[in-house]
Design a protein around this ligand. Structure first.
Ligand code: K7E
Ligand code: CUA
Ligand code: CA
Length: 648
C-alpha cells in the first residue's frame, strides 16, 4: 500500500517566477510599506494565479495526483497532528490521503464526546468555584510530540492555547487530553516545543521539558500597575516539566517570544523575536532593522535556579531568572544569547542533523541560518559577536515564515506574500554567504493556493526526516473548493519533495484555522482499541451495582450500558436533587460506543468500550425525561433508552 511513485507522468514544472515583483517589494520597500505589502501580496495572487472553476491546476503547475491515491480499504502511511487554531481543538489527518480522522477537543467544549460536559473533562479543563468552566475558548497553534533518541516516541504531544496561555498534554494511546496547565504571568503563549534530551545527564535521552514562548508583554505582575507605560511591559519564556505538567522556571527577557525550537543535544532552546523594540503598536514593532533569535542555555538556567538566583512575580511561586541583555553581558556566564536577525522574523526550525536553525525574515526576504555550534561557542566566550553565529542569509522570497527540512540538506520555506514554497539548499546558502558566486541556494519553487502559513515535512522535526512529503497549510482557499458562504475552508496542499522538483500531489480542505502540524510515520503510533475498567475510580463494574443512592439532596445514579440496553430502564429522583450520574460501558467489542443524552438538562456524552464517565446536574423540572443512546450502536439503537422520572 505504500505510494512510491517513481516518475512524474504529468505536467511540466512551474517556470521561475517573475523576480521583478520580489525586487520591487524588497527590504527597503517593506520597511515603510509592510501593511501595503501584505495587501499587495493578496491581490496580486488573486489576479495572477487564481484557477478557473473545476481546473485542478493552473497552467504551469506540476501536479501528480494518481500515484498517491490511497485506495478504498487501504491505510495512509502517515498521521498528521494539526492544531485547530481558534476552534481550540487538535485534528488528526491521514497522509497522503488528507482524510480527517478525528478532532480531539482540548480547550473547546465538544458535544460529540462530552468534553466540557462530563465531570472528568471539566476537572481537566478547570472550573470556577461555582463549578462552571473557567474558560470555554482556546486557540491552538503548535503541536509537538515527546522524543526519545531524537525521534518521536508516540507517548504524548503538547499543544498551546494562545488566548489564555495554557499548555495541554494529549496522551497518544487514547488521543485524549489528560492535563492542562495555565502558565503564570504571561500572555499570548504562542510557540512551544518539547526538548529532545537533557543538557547535562546523558542518560536522559528523552523529553522531560516543554518550552513555552510568550508573545505579548504585560506589566509584571499584571495587577493594575504600569497600565499605560508600555516600556515597563515584559515577556517571559517558561519551562514546564513534561511529566508533572508543573512550571519549572521562567526567564525574564527583553523583547518578546514567538515560535520555539529545541536542539538535538538538549543544550539550547530558541525563540524568534519580532518585537525587540518592545513596541505596543505595530508600527513601533517594525522600527528596528534587526530583531533577534534568542537562545536559552538550559543547563546554566537550571544551575541558576538551583543556586537560588531567582525572584518570583506576584502570587506565583515559579522561580524567575533574569535573561535580559543587561544581566547577560558576559558570554561565559550568560543565560541567554540574542542573535540579531533582520526584520520581524517568524519561525525558527532546526535541521534534522541538529546543526542549523533557520529563522525566517517575514518582513525581510531572507532566511537566516544560525549554526548551533557557534552559539555554543559564544556561550564559551569564543565568539566575539552573536551575529557571527549566522552562517548564511539567502534571499528566498517575500514573506518567508516557516521552514521544513528533508534528509538531503534542503530546506522548504513558506512564502506568505509570494504564495510559494521555496526549496533551498543549506550548504549552498552557506557557500554563497562566504562569497562563492557559483553557489545557488534556491533550487526550486512551487506555487501554492494561497498564502501559506506553516509548512512541514514528513518526520522533518526528527533525526528521521525522510524527505517524502511537504504539507503547506494555506491561510486562504479562495476559489479552490465549492463555495460555502463567506467563511471559506482553508487549503492544505501535499507536495512530493522526494525528487529534484517539487510536485503538487493534492489539495484537501481543512476547517478553519490550522497553524502547525507534525507528520508522523504510522508505525510510531500505538493506540488502544478499548479502555481498561480499572483505570476509572468510579467504574460500575457489574450491572448489578446499578441503582439510585441517596444522601440528602445529593443523589448518585449508577448505571451500565451493554448494547442495546442500559442497566436501569428507569430511575427516580426528586425535584431539586443534585444528581451525579455515573455510566460505565461494559461492552468490550472494539468500536462499540454508546451515548447518553438527557433532554432538557443539557447533558450529552459518550462512553467507549470499558470506559466510565460521570455528569452532575440539578434535576430542577418535574416530569419524564427519556435518556437515550446518541451513538449508533446496534439494530435496536433507537430503543436503547432509560427513563428519568423527576418527582415533584
Ligand atoms: Cu506562523 Cu501560530 Cu506557528 Cu500561525 S504561527 S502560521
Ligand atoms: Cu447504544 Cu446507540
Ligand atoms: Ca521588530
Amino acid at each position: 500500500m505504500t505510494q512510491n511513485p517513481t516518475q512524474d507522468d504529468t505536467q511540466t514544472l512551474a517556470p521561475q517566477p517573475d523576480l521583478g515583483r520580489r525586487k520591487f517589494l524588497g527590504t527597503s520597500a517593506l520597511v515603510g510599506l509592510s501593511g501595503a505589502g501584505l495587501t499587495l501580496g493578496l491581490s496580486a495572487c488573486n489576479k495572477e494565479t487564481a484557477p478557473t472553476a473545476a481546473a485542478p491546476a493552473a497552467k504551469g503547475e506540476a501536479t501528480a495526483h494518481g500515484p498517491y491515491e490511497v485506495a478504498p480499504g487501504k491505510l495512509d502511511d502517515y498521521y498528521s497532528f494539526s492544531s485547530g487554531g481558534h476552534s481550540g481543538d487538535v485534528r488528526i489527518y491521514g497522509l497522503p490521503s488528507g482524510r480527517q480522522l478525528k478532532s480531539i477537543p482540548v480547550f473547546n467544549t465538544d458535544n460529540l464526546v462530552g468534553w466540557g460536559i462530563t465531570n472528568e473533562s471539566r476537572a481537566i479543563m478547570g472550573t470556577k468555584p461555582d463549578g462552571s468552566l473557567k474558560y470555554s475558548t482556546g486557540d491552538t497553534h503548535h503541536v509537538h510530540q515527546t522524543y526519545t533518541d531524537g525521534t518521536y516516541d508516540g507517548k504524548y504531544f503538547y499543544v498551546n492555547d494562545k488566548i489564555h496561555s495554557r499548555l495541554a498534554r494529549i496522551r497518544m494511546d487514547t488521543m485524549e487530553c489528560d492535563r492542562i496547565l495555565e502558565l503564570p504571568n504571561v500572555q499570548g503563549f504562542h510557540g512551544t516545543f518539547t526538548d529532545k534530551r537533557d543538557p547535562v545527564d546523558a542518560s536522559i535521552n528523552h523529553t522531560t521539558r516543554v518550552f513555552c514562548g510568550a508573545e505579548f508583554s504585560t506589566p509584571l505582575p499584571n495587577d493594575g500597575r504600569d497600565l499605560e507605560d508600555g516600556g515597563k511591559y515584559r515577556a517571559m519564556f517558561t519551562c514546564v516539566d513534561s511529566e508533572s505538567m508543573e512550571p519549572r522556571w521562567q526567564v525574564l527577557i527583553d523583547g518578546n517570544c514567538d515560535l520555539v525550537a529545541t536542539s538535538y543535544d538538549g543544550k539550547l532552546a530558541a525563540t524568534n523575536q519580532y518585537n525587540v523594540e518592545n513596541g505596543v503598536h505595530y508600527e513601533d514593532m517594525m522600527a528596528a532593522e534587526m530583531d533577534a533569535c534568542l537562545f536559552f542555555n538550559v543547563a546554566r538556567i537550571e544551575a541558576a535556579v538551583k543556586a537560588g538566583k531567582t525572584t518570583t512575580i506576584g502570587s506565583s511561586r515559579v522561580p524567575v531568572v533574569d535573561g535580559t541583555r543587561a544581566a547577560n553581558k558576559d558570554p561565559k556566564t550568560a543565560l541567554t544569547c540574542y542573535v540579531p536577525i533582520p526584520k520581524n522574523p517568524h519561525g525558527v526550525n532546526i535541521s534534522p542533523d541538529g546543526k542549523y536553525y533557520a529563522c525566517s525574515g517575514k518582513l525581510s526576504p531572507t532566511a537566516s541560518v544560525i549554526e548551533h555550534e557557534l552559539v555554543l561557542k559564544w556561550f564559551d566566550g569564543g565568539l566575539e559577536n552573536p551575529r557571527d553565529a549566522v552562517v548564511a542569509e539567502p534571499e528566498i522570497g517575500l514573506g518567508p515564515l516557516h521552514t521544513g527540512f528533508d534528509n538531503k540538506g534542503n530546506a522548504y520555506t513558506t512564502l506568505f506574500l509570494d504564495s510559494q514554497i521555496v526549496k533551498w539548499n543549506v550548504e549552498a546558502a552557506i557557500k554563497s554567504y562566504q562569497g562563492d558566486k557559483s553557489a545557488k541556494p534556491v533550487v526550486d519553487r512551487i506555487d501554492v493556493h494561497y498564502q501559506p502559513g506553516h509548512g512541514f515535512t514528513s518526520m522533518g522535526e526528527t533525526k528521521e526526516a525522510d524527505g517524502r512529503f511537504f504539507l503547506s497549510d494555506n491561510k486562504f482557499s479562495k476559489d479552490r473548493f465549492l463555495p460555502v458562504g463567506p467563511l471559506h475552508p482553508e487549503t492544505a496542499q501535499l507536495i512530493d519533495i522526494s525528487g529534484d522538483k517539487m510536485k503538487l500531489v493534492h489539495d484537501h480542505s481543512v476547517l478553519s484555522e490550522p497553524h502547525d502540524s507534525i507528520i508522523v510515520r504510522r508505525d510510531i503510533i500505538k493506540t488502544r482499541q478499548i479502555y481498561d475498567l480499572d483505570e476509572f475510580p468510579l467504574a460500575v463494574k457489574d450491572a448489578k451495582e446499578s441503582g439510585v443512592f441517596r444522601n440528602g439532596k445529593k443523589v448518585t445514579v449508577k448505571l451500565t450500558s451493554q448494547a442495546p440496553s442500559f442497566s436501569l430502564r428507569e430511575f427516580k429522583v426528586k425535584k431539586g436533587d443534585e444528581v451525579t450520574l455515573i455510566l460505565t460501558n461494559l461492552d468490550k467489542v472494539e468500536d462499540l460506543t454508546h451515548g447518553f443524552a438527557i433532554p432538557k438538562h443539557d447533558i450529552n456524552f459518550i462512553v467507549s468500550p470499558q470506559e466510565t464517565k460521570s455528569v452532575t446536574f440539578i434535576a430542577d423540572k418535574p416530569g419524564v425525561y427519556w435518556c437515550y443512546c446518541t451513538h449508533f450502536c446496534h439494530a435496536l439503537h433507537l430503543e436503547m433508552r432509560s427513563r428519568m422520572i423527576v418527582e415533584a
